[in-house]
Structures are given as structure tokens and as C-alpha cells.
Design a protein around this ligand. Sequence first.
Ligand SMILES: Nc1ncnc2c1ncn2[C@@H]1O[C@H](COP(=O)(O)OP(=O)(O)OP(=O)(O)O)[C@@H](O)[C@H]1O
Ligand SMILES: [Mg+2]
Length: 252
Amino acid sequence: MPIISLMNQKGGVGKTTTTINLAAQSAIKNRTLMVDVDNQANLTKQFLSEEPEKTVEELFHGRYLEPIEIKKNLFLLPSSLELTGIENKIADKISREFFLKKALKKYQEEFDNIFIDCPPNVNLVTINALTASDHIICPIIADAFSVEGIEGMISVCSLLKEQVNPDLNILGIVVTQYDERLSISKHILKDLEDRGWADDIFKTKVRVNTAIRQGQYYRKDIFQYDRKSHGAMDYAKLGQEVMKRINNYQKL
Ligand SMILES: Nc1ncnc2c1ncn2[C@@H]1O[C@H](COP(=O)(O)OP(=O)(O)OP(=O)(O)O)[C@@H](O)[C@H]1O
Ligand SMILES: [Mg+2]
């Protein structure tokens, strides 16, 4: 079943928040796995109050890691700061880009949707995530540096598509922390459209919403924290748009 990476080498754009809430939305009906491959482990800390005993590092050594059950239908393969050393350990191995792809095959049989939360840089772990993925979703904030960020991401994806993962699909770009009162937000959207990305941008923009931040503080996804908030409405709509795009893509 599809593996979807949340990726943008720019920091703080909403990769982890979008992973949490798309996964929570998916888990309402489907068995869903979240994979944290960021050594900052923000996704993991959202769900676990203590350091995990074992992390996704296991997968890079070819070992199985038991997913941690968060709630009904929602599971996590956690990360920790210890993942920092993994790049050096696999750097000179043959097929070093393919460890995660190989390991996730087993989980694909068990789960309907798998979401990978990537770190804010393009290291060997990120390359493993993109090599394992069917789809990439790129969260951006409508600010002045986002356009460069997307161009960087698209060139990384094109290179990966050419060399290691011809099936990789950029599912779309999602604008997060959107503030429609700011004229800059509209200018930047227009700029993205002028560059030919109009079709890639998801119709749903995730608005700036304090409930999202508060919910994270209390370790709750937005649907648990305040299902009537703008954040919950936006992520519910985004989740539907994401699944529709995936289904349409599979039919092609
Ligand atoms: N729609 C939103 N409204 C308000 N705050 C938000 C929203 N989306 C994300 N945030 C906040 O913005 C911050 C950055 O978000 P997040 O951690 O998801 O980004 P990231 O891309 O995963 O960052 P990193 O690159 O460091 O991994 C967090 O404090 C998060 O709570
Ligand atoms: Mg993050």
C-alpha cells in the first residue's frame, strides 16, 4: 500500500505536523503507520514521553522493528537522536539507498497507508525515504524562501527518479500556516502558479491555527484536541484531497 514521504529540506514548514494529522485522519478508517526518520524525533516525541528502546535504525540494519500502537489503527516506528550515526554506518555499503525500501516491504503488507516524516535536509536517510516512497508531499509556508525550497526539492526528486526510483511521484505541494489576511501569502501563491506549479498545489491550504500548536503541546492530534477548529477542518479536507489524488494516480 502507498508510502508517502513528507519532505522539504527547509526546516519548520509543517512536515511533522502534516504527518501527524494526515496519519490521524487516515487512521479513522485505515491501518496507518507513521515512520520517523528525523533524528530530531519530533514526531516520536509527539507520541512517546520516553526515549524508545529501539528506533528505525533497526531497519537500516535489516532487522524488524515492532510498530508501537498509538491508538486504534495508528502505529509508529520511532526515531531518536541516536539515528544521527546511521549515515556513516551505511555510507560505504552496497545499495545504501535501498535499506528502507527493502525493510518497509514487510510493513506494506500490514498497513493501508504509510507516512514518512523526513528531516529538513537531504542526507542518506532522506534519500532512503524517497527511494522507498511512491509519493512525496511537500509542505511549504507561503514565505519568500519557499519558491527556492520547492525548486531544490524538485531537482532532488528528478535526480532520484532518474537514478534510483523511477516510480516516485510528486503528489503535491501543501501550503501550511496559511494566513489569507497577509497580502504576501497571496503574492507567493501567485508566484508559484506563474512558475507552473498551479496543478501541484493542493486546493486545501492549512490555515495558521493555534489549536494545532496547543494540541501538539498536549500530545494530541488536531482531531482529538479540537475537532471543530480550523486546523481539524483543513486537515480533514487535505486528507480527502490526498487520498483522491493517490486513487486517481493509481488508476492512470
Ligand atoms: N497550521 C499551523 N498553525 C500554527 N502552527 C503550526 C501550523 N503548522 C505547524 N505549526 C507549528 O510550526 C512549527 C513547525 O512545524 P513542524 O514541526 O511540523 O515543521 P517541520 O517541517 O516538521 O520542522 P523540521 O524541519 O524542524 O522537522 C511547530 O511548532 C508547529 O506546531
Ligand atoms: Mg519535523
